[in-house]
Structures are given as structure tokens and as C-alpha cells.
Unconditional design. Structure first.
Length: 277
């Protein structure tokens, strides 16, 4: 009879303990994540200034466009992050983009190009708000690859889950990022066509919101929307001319899709010290 009494007392206590024990939580402190994906980027109309020996001019109201396949490879994203606290993660990211100005695009030209700089005479003299149509036989400017190496801060919240084990879960991600930009440029101007000029060209600021679809607390699919600004104050355009550069600031929007994995390196539950089994 005494054994039965203790058994009846012990079972409810065991049940309470089991209910308090939490499963793995993707935003717990100590969780590592890694992801890779593709992006599609849109750029707002912008102004680019070109400086070099014998010329200093700007083209404005252009419409640069990206190519998701890219000349130097696809527009890929990669990220690795670590939850330093509940909901909050630090991450390192790599984001490759590209853009170019295409033929027949109408731009506004301002500035000065000294006589004799362009042997063809296509660009020569002083210009004030002059509309010109770009011809790739005479002028090309493209960032064939813009590599953004970034540091970010992200918050994750769970929105919806299915099943007692929460093996399918939808989470939200909100983040901010600061990055350094490395450009690989093509510049065809004044009879000189130069490709593959690499430079540390500027910095990038961005913010993002997204949804993460988690499966069995291990694998996830991610959709993400990003908006940001590239401040490129020194895009080298000629390998042999240190003073030849392009300068621009451009706003962009971007859609990302990625696949990732979660690694529970040192996860904790709500008590902040207990391991999550």
C-alpha cells in the first residue's frame, strides 16, 4: 500500500518534469547555422562619376541590370552564424552580385572629356545635361562581380509549428548587415577595353526580413527580402592607372532563396544553463 502511494505521487512529478524538458530550439544560445543560396537583385537609377587622365564626367539616370547567371559565376549567397543569446545571432556572410549598363540605354551626361582622349571622337568636349544613348562598341561599364563580405546581427522568432515534436516550423528572421565590397569591373572607354580590374571599392549597409521553414529541427529552406545601399567610392577601372576610377552610390533590393542546416553545438533551454536533449 505504501509503495502504491509513492508510485502515485511519483508519476505526476515525472510527467511535470518531462513537460518542462524542452526539445531542440533553433534560436537557442549555442546553435550554429550555415546556408547557401541564390539572389536576384534590382538597382535603382543612379549616378556614376568617372575620373581618369584627361576626363571627369558623370552619367545619370541609368538603369543598371543584373544577370543571375553572371559572367563570373552565378549570384550566390553563403552565410554562417551562431546564436550568442536566445533569439539573437551573429553571422558572417558572402553575397555576390553583378550589374551592367546595356545597349541603347538613355543616360544624362555631364562633365568634360579632353579632345584626343577618345580617338573615335564619340566622347569629346564639355557636356551639360546632354542625353546620350549608350553603344557598347564605344562605352561599357559593368561590375561583373560585386563581392559583399558582411557582418550581421539577426533576430529569430518562431511563428508556427506542427506536431507535438514541432518537426515542421516556420520562423521569422530580421537582420541588419555591414559589409565591405570588392568589385571586378569592365570598362570600355576611349578605345581601351579593360576587364577584370579588381578593387576594394566601398562599403554596404542593408536590412533584411525573411521566413525560415525548418524540417525536423535540422534542415531549413529560407526566403529573404533585403534592401540596402552600396557606397562605392573607389571602383578601379584601369589596372595600370591608379587614378582611373568610378564613384557611385546605389540603392538596391534583393530576393534570396537558400537551403541551410542547424547544428546544436551547445544549446540551452529557457533556464539558460540546462542542456536541451
Amino acid at each position: 500500500m505504501r509503495s502504491l502511494f509513492f508510485l502515485m505521487l511519483f508519476i505526476p512529478l515525472l510527467s511535470i518534469a518531462q513537460n518542462k524538458r524542452k526539445g531542440k530550439v533553433s534560436y537557442s544560445k549555442g546553435t550554429l547555422f550555415a546556408e547557401v543560396g541564390l539572389n536576384k537583385t534590382n538597382y535603382l537609377s543612379n549616378t556614376v562619376q568617372f575620373q581618369g587622365v584627361g576626363y571627369d564626367f558623370t552619367i545619370a539616370n541609368g538603369n543598371p541590370q543584373d544577370n543571375i547567371i553572371g559572367t563570373n559565376g552565378p549570384q550566390i549567397d553563403a552565410k554562417i552564424g551562431y546564436y550568442v543569446g536566445k533569439h539573437w545571432a551573429l553571422n558572417l556572410g558572402y553575397n555576390r552580385m553583378n550589374y551592367r549598363y546595356y545597349d541603347n540605354g538613355s543616360v544624362t551626361l555631364n562633365g568634360k572629356i579632353n579632345p584626343g582622349v577618345d580617338p573615335s571622337g564619340y566622347f569629346s568636349g564639355s557636356y551639360v545635361n546632354q542625353l546620350v544613348s549608350l553603344d557598347s562598341n564605344q562605352f561599357v561599364f559593368a561590375n561583373e562581380a560585386i563581392s559583399n563580405f558582411s557582418l550581421g546581427l539577426m533576430r529569430t522568432d518562431h511563428l508556427f509549428a506542427l506536431g507535438s515534436q514541432r518537426n515542421f516550423l516556420v520562423a521569422s528572421n530580421i537582420g541588419a548587415n555591414l559589409g565591405a565590397l570588392v568589385s571586378n569591373s569592365t570598362f570600355n572607354f576611349a578605345g581601351k577595353n579593360e576587364t577584370g580590374t579588381t578593387s576594394l571599392s566601398g562599403i554596404s549597409f542593408s536590412g533584411n526580413v525573411g521566413l525560415r521553414f525548418e524540417f525536423f529541427k535540422k534542415v531549413y529552406l529560407l526566403t529573404n527580402f533585403t534592401t540596402g545601399y552600396h557606397n562605392q567610392f573607389s571602383i578601379r577601372t584601369r589596372e595600370a592607372e591608379l587614378n582611373a576610377k568610378a564613384i557611385q552610390g546605389v540603392w538596391f533590393t534583393q530576393f534570396n532563396a537558400a537551403i541551410g542546416m542547424l547544428f546544436y553545438i551547445r544549446p540551452t533551454n529557457d533556464c539558460s544553463t540546462c542542456p536541451v536533449w
